[in-house]
Design a protein around this ligand. Structure first.
Ligand code: GDP
Ligand code: MG
Length: 223
């Protein structure tokens, strides 16, 4: 059985990729100041207190956007919701609660999956900023104050993840997967090929060269 999946979702630029990198302890995912930079989901194995799971950095959820890339990212996030055992919703303490946060929270509540609310960019030491308490309004229970840049609060966050993972979900067996790399010049059809093999839309396909900016791991099972 595959490892349980934990998905990181949230608006562009709230710090999902930074959190993801912090949690897996290495820089796999592109972090940039421009909203919408992470266009594909990124998977990595994450271990905490002897338990391991797959962490997914989604490209974000933007339910009301007409923009093509953003709406495709939303679809990817929906797939992540479908697959994930636990969902981490990341919000930005500096922005306060936005309308999009509300929409996303509603979407996640409807999914019925356990949701952990991560209030990111709480960089200061000591008391959390007053704005933190606003996030109780999302109806997702106790938010966790995190600074993905400094690493504060990530332990509490991971503890919370483990609370929701059932031991049966875990897989002690050695990985016997064959690793296949699909490489090639931009725009030759790598993403289309992978999607065809994976049997679903796992990678954003666009005729804009260079759309896939991060490496994407996709598990494929055949017979
Ligand atoms: P994503 O679009 O949600 O994946 O956001 P990114 O991880 O790419 O981060 C967007 C911006 O927020 C980058 O400039 C990060 O350096 C910054 N950022 C992320 N986490 C924190 C944090 O905990 N504190 C501060 N001050 N900035 C952060
Ligand atoms: Mg990102």
């Amino acid at each position: 059985m595959a490892k349980p999946v934990v998905a990181v979702v949230g608006r562009p630029n709230v710090g999902k990729s930074t959190l993801f990198n912090k949690l897996i302890g290495q820089s796999l995912s592109i972090v940039e100041n421009t909203p919408g930079v992470t266009r594909d989901r990124i998977y990595a194995e994450c271990e905490w207190l002897g338990h391991s799971f797959m962490l997914v950095d989604t490209g974000g959820i933007e339910p009301q956007s007409d923009d093509v890339i953003l709406s495709q990212m939303r679809r990817q996030a929906e797939v992540a919701i479908e697959r994930a055992s636990v969902i981490i919703l990341v919000v930005d303490v500096r922005d306060g609660v936005t309308a999009t946060d509300h929409d996303v929270a509603q979407m996640l509540l409807k999914s019925g999956k356990p949701v952990i609310l991560c209030v990111n960019k709480c960089d200061g030491v000591g008391d959390v900023p007053a704005e933190f308490y606003e996030f109780y309004n999302l109806g997702l229970g106790d938010p966790i104050a995190v600074s993905s840049v400094h690493g504060h609060g990530t332990g509490d966050l991971l503890d919370e993840v483990l609370r929701y993972l059932s031991p049966e979900d875990e897989d002690d067996e050695e990985d016997d997967v064959i690793r296949v790399a699909v490489i090639g010049k931009p725009n030759v059809g790598k993403s289309s090929l992978i999607n065809r093999m994976a049997g679903e839309e796992r990678v954003i396909v666009s005729d804009i060269a260079g759309t896939t900016r991060d490496a994407v791991d996709t598990g494929v099972e055949n017979e």
